[in-house]
Design a protein around this ligand. Structure first.
Ligand code: GLU
Length: 304
């Protein structure tokens, strides 16, 4: 497969969609990004890297970090009982919804809605003593980019407008489903979401998901069954409450973020990351979803 030719064709197809949708503005610092950016990167399981468009421009990873925090909890405590504290079913409600938590006694539906991600960050904080720094160091190592950093303006902006996330955390604490103080959990969560990475960085860092748990250097981060489980939860819950639509169009495990990025995995072959800041009403990048749709159409590499 001539990956570069495929990416060039995918980029040409998706570029007209860049600029469609709305840039997230509920975190004011995210609004500064120009909506018409578009980039795509592909890293094969041997580590060869390809890209098109703005594939080396850093953006705010936001919820894509949730896939990595789940992986880190599994890597730090294989067979952790995290699944007694968070489910693994699609939510069908918005990513920051409070109502479902009330019905389900403070146990979030899955680790990729905000409530579930707060539980995972809480667990990582207990396991490591510093969840967000652990995540930053991990992403530097897996991406090979030592310059990765938190974006303080984004983290501060999110904290300034973080009442809903604080509410989710307090609500779960009231059910006994947090191990650490609420202010510490939400602070680490905001920091992990604020990390800036490019498509190249993210596709490289996520390689262990395509290699059934192996890092680029051949050492094992996760058991194969753990990587399988993360990919499964990405497929069913990784693109907000549009995971069904995304499976229908793209058919790959993926995790999106409100910064406009989507990390996607073709198990056994490669990882992809697309970025374009315009979001559809569910919160997924319009041009990013179009690009991945076209990618699996061209290659036939949907998992279905
Ligand atoms: N930090 C964002 C929030 O909690 C993440 C949202 C997202 O990317 O889904 O609202």
């Amino acid at each position: 497969m001539d990956y570069q030719a495929v990416l060039d064709e995918v980029a040409a197809y998706a570029r007209p969609y860049a600029g469609q949708g709305e840039v997230a503005d509920y975190i004011p610092a995210l609004e500064r990004v120009s909506p018409d950016r578009f980039g795509i990167a592909l890293v094969d399981i041997g580590g060869a890297v390809y890209g098109a468009g703005d594939w080396e421009t850093p953006f705010s990873v936001q919820s894509i970090s949730k896939a990595f925090s789940l992986a880190l909890v599994m890597a730090h405590a294989h067979d952790d009982d995290i699944w007694s504290r968070v489910g693994r079913e699609p939510s069908g409600t918005p990513f920051n919804s409070l109502v479902q938590l009330e019905w389900e006694n403070g146990i979030p539906r899955n680790p990729f809605i905000n409530a579930g991600a707060l539980v995972v960050t809480d667990r990582l904080q207990t396991l490591t003593g510093d969840a967000s720094t652990t995540m930053l160091h991990f992403l530097r190592e897996e991406s090979g980019n030592e310059d990765l950093a938190f974006d303080q303006a984004v983290a501060d902006s999110e904290a300034d407008h973080g009442n809903r996330n604080a509410a989710l955390a307090h609500f779960m604490a009231s059910f006994g489903n947090l191990e650490n103080p609420v202010p510490s959990v939400i602070e680490h969560y905001f920091w992990q979401c604020s990390i800036e990475m490019s498509c190249r960085d993210l596709a490289t860092a996520g390689g262990f998901l395509a290699r059934h748990g192996l890092r680029a250097d051949g050492t094992r981060l996760l058991e194969a069954r753990e990587a399988k489980r993360i990919n499964a939860v990405m497929l069913t819950c990784g693109t907000y409450d549009a995971a069904g639509e995304f499976a229908y169009r793209v058919g790959l495990p993926a995790k999106s973020g409100v910064g406009g990025g989507i990390l996607a995995v073709v198990p056994g072959r490669c990882t992809l990351c697309v970025w374009s800041p315009g979001l559809d009403r569910r919160g997924n990048s319009v041009a990013g979803a179009a690009a991945l749709d076209h990618f699996t159409t061209l290659t036939g590499w949907s998992v279905f």
